[in-house]
Design a protein around this ligand. Structure first.
Ligand SMILES: [Zn+2]
Length: 312
């Protein structure tokens, strides 16, 4: 089986670096697309530097529907002469089809705790600015598919819901190269808290990755930090991947214990910025700003609350 090289492509965005990955297959692929400006500003020069051309890209593989992963999809598709296949899971496709879906996701989840009268307008403006175009995918995933990238290079698709309902892992078959987007959160990226809409699915997906997929090379959507503050980077070897997966499970277990305890005691509104989950932040020693978008603290707390209320 042919070994294919993987190159990270970095595009700047505010506090973040946005990471996409180029799979140097006979039919080249790019995993995740950053925001609207990323293809022209980040990917084109990065590909030129390795002697590749963006117009030759034939696959746009989206790990999930978040704005900083799908925002550049339309712009990248245009740069390929509309010849690339655009691939996303059906559970996240609304976020590729519609900017408004990002606002709806905000309003139905974290907005309930942020009490920000400008929030809806800000998320609307962010979606307008960051998303290069609303579009239909050409391949709608359910999970279990195998995509041919030419020659004998294939990529298999594994659903790993939790961070979002439609998160998937793309695995280059035979070499254990695994792209997971944001499905492995460890401590979370910039905000220092792991973000997932469904904690139970998140846990199951981490176990599946650890026990069944067992990545030889794990590619993350953001450079997550270890407990000691050291960033992992975005390209992990097999040992680092195991560490990151186990670490993510351990951290979720701690968050879960704190969240369920808080829910059992009953939620109370207070002046705390973490209200009504102040005991969770206190119990975990979390001191990050819970209001900074994308507010993973409140996204995850809402996930526990939803699950708890369904099961109690
Ligand atoms: Zn995400």
């Amino acid at each position: 089986m042919t070994h294919v090289n993987v190159h990270p492509l970095v595009s700047p965005w505010g506090r973040f670096g946005l990471y996409s990955f180029f799979i140097d297959a006979p039919e080249p692929a790019i995993v995740d697309t950053g925001i609207g400006s990323s293809p022209a500003e980040g990917m084109v020069p990065a590909l030129e530097a390795i002697g590749r051309r963006i117009e030759d890209v034939r696959w746009i593989l989206l790990t999930h529907g978040h704005i900083d992963h799908v925002g550049g999809a339309h712009a990248l598709w245009e740069l390929t002469g509309r010849r690339a296949q655009v691939v996303i899971h059906e559970a996240d496709v609304a976020m590729l089809r519609s900017r408004r879906a990002h606002v709806d996701e905000y309003l139905h989840g974290r907005a309930q705790y942020l009490n920000d009268p400008e929030g809806e307008a800000m998320v609307t403006a962010a979606a307008d600015a960051a998303i290069s175009g609303e579009m239909e995918p050409t391949v709608l995933l359910k999970g279990g598919e195998t995509l041919s990238l030419g020659g004998d290079v294939t990529v298999s698709v594994h659903p790993i819901p939790g961070h979002t309902p439609g998160s998937v892992a793309y695995v280059i078959d035979g070499q254990g190269s695994v792209f997971v987007g944001d499905a492995v959160q460890v401590h979370g990226a910039a905000n220092g808290f792991p973000g997932y809409v469904d904690p139970v699915a998140y846990r199951a997906s981490l176990r599946y990755l650890r026990d069944e997929i067992r990545p030889q090379h794990l590619y993350l959507g953001h450079p997550y930090r270890r407990a000691d503050g050291m960033p992992y980077g975005v390209e992990l070897d097999a040992d680092q991947a195991r560490d990151a997966l186990q670490g993510s499970l351990d951290i979720e277990a701690g968050v879960s214990e704190a969240a369920l305890g808080c829910l059992r005691d009953g939620l109370r509104e207070t002046d705390s910025p973490y209200s009504p989950f102040a005991p969770v932040a206190e119990g975990l020693g979390y001191t990050g700003d819970p209001t900074l978008e994308p507010s993973p603290f409140f996204t995850s707390m809402h996930g526990y609350r939803t699950h708890f209320s369904q099961n109690s």
